[in-house]
Design a protein around this ligand. Structure first.
Ligand code: F0G
Length: 456
């Protein structure tokens, strides 16, 4: 059949609260035009993130009741550990309360002044944790990944020539190389198995471990299955196992591809480093068999990791994003193509060519989507990544984007139709959109709490 249906039935629902455009105008004013400041109830369709927003399955909820809350040696930990080992083959599994806690532990040990960590594109919390330790984070994305409307299969790939050249010069400063699968900040674009292999070969040449930032590993595996020659007949589990066979470690936010509302982990093979990580874990998160989580959370993660490997689920998941993308492309809306694994990314520079980077075109579009239809999206551009030079002049990032991240198993096709309709209406009136200026900003991760004013 041509129609790909949601591979689940809905057993439990929660209401959406509707607001009028006038009410939303008032609410936006109250939060300094920062959508992170809005109450969830004031949002109609919440596409701020796919993180921690999944609908859990009946089996996961049953696991919540089954969870063993023993402080040490919880049965749920062993189920969780076995599942992570089955998928990744990594030897030491360290639970944390979410992805950034795993990053914090890792980089507080291997980071610090003079250290540099390369990645295809660091996610903002990864970059922040590296920089917080005193180290430097650099992005070595391949050239195709920087061209929003260029159709290519693996736009998340690392530029291996650049990595090789970089390590030739800087190997002594690099404790490990990272690859983010899928590449969230670059459009949710996948990384090819061949690229993971090539990056691993370069790491071996310089004797550097490779760590995967693996939040969306199953979505990445599905793209490999459907786009990379030689993988069409492999199961998702087999593809995941091969991906992780090239890794010496990983950080994971279980809030994405483990289908839970909270959780994460760090997994690695190096015994000495694992010991150091556990020492920090005990101080900052908890005992090694629960980390920052309750036994029930570990149970839900173990179950979620089983469910995410289902190919019917992944086909529906990736098709949902593509379906929204197709509707927008038909209406001429500029976006990152092909659509990625967890979100549609509008190309804000093309959407609003009349708004320069330093007036935050992505912010203008995100606010307009909220006003028009109560949709909450996320700016990923000059607000999130913008820097200033030594004279205080803004340096624009490579791309100005607005991300519409789709929570897993939460919204139906008519919700997605509504989202498309709202975006297309805003696009048709795009010339009316105005730029924004920042009126208040914190020293780090400013997108969460900065306040804005529309430029009159
Ligand atoms: N790495 C990547 C690639 C991520 O996308 C995220 C989170 C993290 C690490 C950190 O994980 O949130 O559990 O601490 N991304 C969310 C997002 C927040 O909206 O993309 P966390």
């Amino acid at each position: 059949m041509k129609t790909i249906i949601e591979p689940f039935r809905i057993k439990s629902v929660e209401p959406i609260y509707f607001t009028t455009e006038t009410q939303r105008q008032q609410k936006l004013k109250e939060v300094g035009s920062n959508l992170f400041g809005l109450k969830g109830d004031d949002v109609i369709i919440d596409l701020l993130t796919d993180s921690g927003t999944s609908a859990m399955s009946a089996k996961q909820w049953a696991g919540i009741m089954e969870g063993d809350e023993s402080y040490a040696g919880s049965r749920s930990f062993y189920r969780f550990e076995a599942m992570v080992k089955k998928i990744t083959g990594l030897q030491y599994v360290i639970p944390t309360h979410q992805g950034r806690a795993a990053e914090k532990i890792l980089f507080s040990i291997i980071g610090g002044e003079g250290v540099i960590i390369p990645n295809n594109t660091h996610f903002d919390t990864t970059r922040a944790n590296i920089e917080f330790s005193g180290a430097k984070a650099i992005d070595l994305l391949n050239a195709q990944g920087k061209i929003p409307d260029l159709i290519a299969y693996f736009k998340g790939n690392m530029d291996t020539a650049k990595l090789d050249a970089f390590l030739l010069e800087n190997a002594s400063k690099v404790p490990l190389v990272m690859l983010t699968i899928t590449n969230n900040s670059g459009g949710g674009q996948p990384v090819a198995m061949q690229n993971i292999k090539d990056v691993k070969a370069i790491c071996d040449k310089y004797q550097k471990p490779l760590f995967l930032d693996a939040c969306r590993f199953a979505e990445n595996a599905y793209f490999i299955k459907t786009r990379e020659a030689g993988y069409e007949n492999k199961s998702i589990l087999e593809i995941c196992q091969e991906m992780f066979s090239y890794a010496d470690g990983m950080t994971m936010s279980a809030k994405k591809d483990a289908l839970v509302n909270i959780g994460g982990f760090l997994a690695l093979n190096n015994t000495e480093l694992a010991q150091k990580c556990r020492n920090v874990l005990v101080v900052t998160e908890g005992f090694p068999t629960y980390g920052g989580l309750a036994g029930r959370d570990l149970e839900a993660i173990a179950q979620g990791l089983e469910e995410i490997l289902d190919e019917n689920y992944l086909q529906y998941r990736i098709r949902t994003i593509e379906y929204l993308g197709d509707k927008l492309v038909k209406a001429g809306v500029p976006l990152i193509l092909p659509t990625g694994g967890h979100a549609v990314y509008l190309d804000a520079s093309k959407f609003c060519p009349h708004i320069p980077s330093h007036e935050f075109p992505g912010q203008a579009i995100a606010c307009a989507l909220y006003l028009k239809g109560g949709i909450r999206a996320c700016e990923i551009g000059s607000v999130m990544f913008g820097k200033t030079d030594e004279n205080g002049e803004p340096i624009a990032p490579d791309l100005e984007l607005v991300r519409l991240a789709i929570p897993r198993r939460v919204y139906t096709q008519s919700h997605i139709d509504y989202v498309a309709e709202v975006i297309i209406e805003v696009y048709e009136e795009r010339e009316k959109l105005k730029g924004y200026k920042i009126t208040h900003e914190p020293p780090m991760l400013r997108h969460f709490t900065a306040e804005f004013e529309e430029i009159a």
